[in-house]
Ligand binder design. Sequence first.
Ligand code: GLU
Length: 271
Amino acid sequence: MKKLLTMLMMAALVTVTVKAAVAADTLAEVKKKGVLVVGCKDSLPPFGYVDEKSRQIVGYDIDFVNAIAKKMGVKVELKPVTSASRMPQLQEGHIDIIAATMTKNADRAKVIDFSHTYFFTGQKFITKKGTVKSLKDLEGKRIGTAKGSTSEQNVKKALPTSTVLSYDDYPQAFLALQQGKVAAVTTDEAILAGILAKAPNKSQFEIPALQISDEPYGLGMRKGDTNFVNFVNKTILEMEKSGEAAKIFNKWFGPGTQFHLQRNFKIAADK
Ligand code: GLU
């Protein structure tokens, strides 16, 4: 019995060691297996959402990782993640990269590595039309957002007297707003614009001009996965130079699209 237990423990140890070794060079490993496993959102237009016609997950984040996978000569497998699950999914080796509306910040950079910024937005609110003119109007109110997001942390700081209700995702928070359970939903403006664009009763809501943070998005990779991080960074700088990055932006946010936003950033190497 004791011998069996030791053998089992040894086997477990070997598995862990192999996994750690795999994590160290995702670039080589992904090329070998021929598929890049991507953690993405599946209900946040236009970043990652299920297209009604094709039933496939599409969006700005997806186009970026598709371009990176193409450069590697591999296929893409999309795995839906939530704001709270994306980092554990990456660390546990269930996904190779996060492309999921994820803000780069110092706290997260202690745990994972980020690419250069490939999208830039800022945190705002969706409210019932005409109810909110300044942050004061939200003091002491119930505000919906998503678990594990920077939105959750920022709003707690900006409105310490409010009650923050954290849902698994933003569509659930928006449902709570429609049902009158919260006075506002807060997250990145580009996400709010996407939710509003798809809402059947959108004329009842608005995004007041109240921004409480800057949110630069990065692709997330395992800590110390240097070859892969360098490859991804090189690819997105090339995409900026060739105009492919601007083309992807215009496809989802350009004039005439339902998510129209100005491109207020350029992909550049971090200083
Ligand atoms: N960009 C913010 C974050 O990374 C909010 C959006 C999200 O939850 O994915 O937390």
